[in-house]
Design a protein. Structure first.
Ligand code: NDP
Length: 405
């Protein structure tokens, strides 16, 4: 019996809302609040059409999540227990401030990033720890797939398979095809900023920087394919190397097709991915914002998407029996199946389902502690059980090294 506000009605917001509608014994009243309210209205209409038996009551509202007083007024009028933030990383701090002011728990899927600096890290949000503790409130950070499920998979390795994890490789393959020459699977601004930045991985107690897409190798993704994969910096590395201090090296790998890289390097070469505003006919506009307006909306890719994603975590180290061990935990998700179920492509689905699960675990008190936490700080078992139940089955592969030194 819980009242929840979902902020954001993009690709991920759509999935979170529909999974809440499926899990209606926990999510009884849901308000979808976003900048463009017609997008929230569309989601609610689809819920009535595709999940007609759901007992969850939905309403919608327009809100500017950059504006704390506007958020506070909204939270005070709806009185939610929890806010699920699936707007953009730029809004994390304003939403956390509004939660503190109104006594509401908080969950997100991406760490804070200032609008004008291409830099994302947890420091800004970890600085809220004391405030949340004192208020008796919980903030759960990075509860999507990566970050999110990948942190949980690491916690699962640590709990069930390893005495010490030494080498961690997180691998993310999207082997899907949406038929477009160039498009990003989630918010283009965030996606392009992530990929065009320098890479970084953790080794022997420090960060090693690489040029964008400098390091690559072919990786076999079980049940899906073998694909060239590139090292890039990804935010879960920051909390994982702190929470699992035996890790000597932690890397994140992602697949990109040749055509994707070709388009991206041309766009970058001509300055279209820049976040520095330029003057255009008397208006200041960041080229990347204009590019976003030109590219297909991530949610529009869903209808014709085929193929699968495979995201997992390989750990190497000392097993519980004291012997060297390698183990892989992963999920495979099918784009066409997720479209059939919730009218979304797999990348939105793999993010939205863990967000719903994290919220459900907080609302039922399974995961409940005042303060600001990353997901690996909680027991992974109930989370993995819920992944198996809500459409993201978890598989394991023992003794085969998929990612090499
Ligand atoms: P979209 O761009 O599709 O959707 C973002 C939504 O937030 C839109 O509805 C947008 O409104 C709304 N929004 C943006 N700014 C504001 C604002 N100031 N006030 C109110 N609403 C606002 O993004 P996605 O759904 O693809 O991604 C959502 C989040 O999930 C992002 O933070 C992304 O980084 C994260 N993510 C996390 C992943 C993970 O595995 N952990 C993977 C993929 C994404 P409007 O429609 O008006 O623009």
């Amino acid at each position: 019996m819980s009242r929840v506000i979902i902020i954001g009605a993009g690709g991920v917001g759509n999935v979170v809302a529909k999974k809440c509608a499926q899990n209606d014994s926990i999510f009884t009243e849901v308000l979808i609040a976003t900048r463009t309210v017609s997008k929230a209205d569309k989601i609610v209409a689809e819920i009535h059409e595709h999940i007609p038996g759901s007992k969850t009551t939905f309403s919608t509202a327009s809100v500017d999540a950059d504006n704390v007083p506007a958020l506070v007024a909204l939270f005070n009028s709806f009185k939610p227990e929890l806010v699920i933030n699936v707007a953009l990383p730029y809004q994390d701090l304003t939403i956390m401030d509004a939660c503190l002011e109104t006594g509401v728990h908080y969950l997100d899927t991406a760490n804070y990033e200032p609008l004008d600096v291409a830099k994302f890290e947890y420091s800004w949000q970890w600085a809220y720890r004391e405030k949340f503790e004192k208020a008796g409130l919980m903030a759960l950070l990075g509860c999507g797939f990566d970050p999110g499920a990948t942190n949980i998979f690491t916690a699962h390795h640590a709990k069930h398979h390893f005495k010490e994890i030494h080498y961690l490789d997180i691998v993310d393959c999207n082997n899907g095809d949406h038929g477009k020459a160039f498009a990003t699977n989630f918010n283009p601004e965030i996606n392009i900023r992530e990929i065009t930045a320098n890479g970084r991985y953790w080794e022997n107690g420090e960060w090693v920087e690489t040029r964008p897409l400098e390091i690559s190798q072919d990786i076999y993704y079980p049940k899906v394919t073998t694909r060239k994969s590139f090292v890039l910096y990804h935010e879960e590395l920051e909390s994982l190397v702190i929470n699992f201090p035996t890790i000597k090296r932690a890397r994140f790998w992602m697949t990109f097709g040749e055509s994707y890289i070709k388009h991206l390097s041309v766009l970058e070469g001509i300055g279209m991915t820049s976040i520095v505003p330029i003057d255009f006919r008397g208006q200041k506009i960041a080229p990347i914002e204009f590019l976003k307006a030109v590219l297909p909306a991530p949610e529009s890719l869903a209808a014709n998407y085929t193929g699968q994603t495979c995201i997992g975590v390989q750990a190497r180290g000392i097993g519980l029996d004291g012997q060297p061990k390698v183990h892989f935990v992963y999920n495979v998700c099918d784009h066409a199946a997720t479209y059939k179920e919730v009218q979304a492509q797999g990348v939105s689905y793999t993010t939205g389902v863990p967000a719903m699960i994290g919220a459900a675990l907080m609302l039922t008190g399974t995961w409940k502690k005042a303060g600001v936490y990353n997901v690996e700080e909680f027991d992974p078992d109930p989370f993995i059980a819920e992944m198996n139940r809500w459409g993201l089955p978890v598989d394991e592969l023992a003794g085969i090294e998929l990612v090499h030194d």
